[in-house]
Design a protein around this ligand. Sequence first.
Ligand code: ATP
Ligand code: MG
Length: 748
Amino acid sequence: MTLRGFKSFANKSKLVFEPGICMIVGPNGSGKSNIADAMSWVLGEQSPKTLRGESMGDIIFRNKKEELGIAEVSLVFDNSDRMLPLEFQEVKVTRRVYSKGGSEYFINSSPCRLLDIHEIISDSGIGKGLHVIVNQGQISEIAVLKPLDRKDIIDELIGISKHKIRRDRSKSKLLKIKENINRINDLTQEVRRIMDPLKTEAKKAQEYYDVSNALKKEEISLFLTYINDLNHKWDFENKAYSKYKDELEDVLKKITSAIKVKKEYEKLISSKKDEFNYWEEKLENFKSSEDALDNMRALVKSQRTMFSTVYNMFDLKLYRDKGTEKSLTKKSEGKFSSAVQIFSDRIKKIEKLFNRILKKINTAAIDRAIMLDIDGDENLIRKELDDLKEMIDRYNVDSINKNKPKNLPNKDREDKIKYLCKENLDRSEQLSEILKRVFVVSKEIKKRLYPEFEKKKNSVKEELNSINKLEIDVSKLNISKSNLENNLYKINLRKEQIKEKVKDLTLRIVDEYNISVDFAFKNYKPVTDVKESSTIVNKLRNELKKIGIVNPNAILEYNKIKERFDFLWSQKQDLNESKKGLEELITKINKEIEEYFIERFEAINKNFKNYFKTLFPLGEGELQLTSDNSGGDDNIGVDLKVDIGNSKFVPLSLLSGGEKTLVSIAFLFSIFSTKPSPFYIFDEIDASLDDMNLNRFLSLVKKFSGNRQIIMITHQKKSMEIANTIYGVSMQSDSISRIIAEKLNSKE
Ligand code: ATP
Ligand code: MG
């Protein structure tokens, strides 16, 4: 062991512990116990109190003159037997501390952790608790420890502690896991409280979305079907429209051409009509002439009848008036005859005119190119006839009023009148004869005139018929035209309706679903059965109504919280898994520890009985296991059941200092012998022993030192006698400890 700056060892000091028993001797306060402290410290002692200080800084050398900044202790093990689990011949463990704070550890000069040092010494029997170093004044305390603390010492020395540490680490892990599980349970409960009602809402919302999606699909599909249908109708109407339009054009053409033809006919007949009218007029005129002639003939006839009647009267002498004959003067006779002459002339003139007309008619009938003109002749005839009629009327009135003279001699007058009458009668006969001839001529003219008129009339009639027919055609065509126009108007009306419907449907679908018609056509299909589809739409609408108002965020919120819940749940599963694993591990470790302990305890107890007998030849002692049933893991304790002889039977606490020391030694050595450590340090454990007991103790130590190094600090001369090596420690006025080696040859 090398010390530098540790407690009173200001200067670098070195102790080489040879095999066997090494005694460290020196005056009080020279620094012997400091060497034991150095051993504890270099092996990792953490408690300043154990090292008899207030703080770790207290272990650094300090005197009135100086104060060191660093303390360092190194311990070199001969590891040729691989006692330490490292592949080195020698293992050097170093600890360094600075006055400003901080500890450093080294293994073979390489920095390491305290844990690494614990690791290499744990299996060596030295143990972390360092019970192999028995400090000054502690030995008697071991005897009066509580059973559980005593058990801890055993555990420490036989190497159970490190399993306990492992177990306790698992236990604290388990505790944390349990806390986490509780925390997660609380969280899970909290989450559930929110999640459960959300789940119902989300389910409802999902249902709503499913139904409304189905409705959307159905409605859009139905919409497409309607649109397709309307498109077909539109096409159909367009086709019908162009068909009717063509027909209308045809009708209009026909009307135009019929009107054109009609106009041509009209133009054609206009000249013929003039001719016809002319002839018609002629015929009319002729008829009136004929009537006039008839009148005249009737006139003449009545006159002749009159004359004949008068003549017959005179002839039958029924009429006897004296004055009648005498009144007929020469003058009146002359007047009468001239009148007859005028009649005759006029009639002849008329006859002549008629003949001329007849001739003209004949000519016109033969050659149509010559325009017939008999106006003048006709008028002449009419005039002649009118004059003649007037003359006859006047003559009749005159002859009746004036030709009745009262002074005419009866007989003469009678004859005269008779004669006149006869004369008149003849004349009338003559006139009648002429008129008869005129009538014949007239008849002849009429015979010629009528066919001509009929011919003209017929020729116009044909065209008129055609025109009439055309007019009927045109009016029929006009009916067709207005029918067609009506149809076209109706089609336009229907097209407007289709447009309106398309617009309405499109607006509704665009409004309701916020999609374009193009999108609808790309992503949806028209339905096959409109009726069925409409039923579905109604059904879905009702379902939506039944579902009512939903929370649109419920699904999202539920999914979020469900995710959180699932996460917590899986964490809980993981934690439960870990918990189970740890619990099993703890149980397993506990079982192993217990088994190992029981196994070792037997041996320790056996040793204890032996050592006790050595130290108390009259007494008897044994170890007993206790159990406090507190339910913890380490509830086994080790009790001492001792009888030191001399019929003393008192509690351990009432034993004397020396007796306590002996009991403690028996207990410690019984453990040491089952799990040997490479070395032991005993700081003045022999201080309170009397000579006899010291001898018993020293013989035990000698027996014990066969394969172990024993370092003893002592003031007892008897003890020094069994030493193989003695180190002296001295301290001068500078209060710095110094080592004085005094190597002795063993007596044996
Ligand atoms: P005894 O026989 O009475 O048990 P000892 O030899 O065991 O005596 P130690 O306890 O080892 O004596 O040494 C104690 C001495 O060490 C004291 O005098 C003390 O002043 C000194 N000492 C302790 N710590 C320091 C320190 N940090 N610096 C200097 N000296 C110190
Ligand atoms: Mg001391």
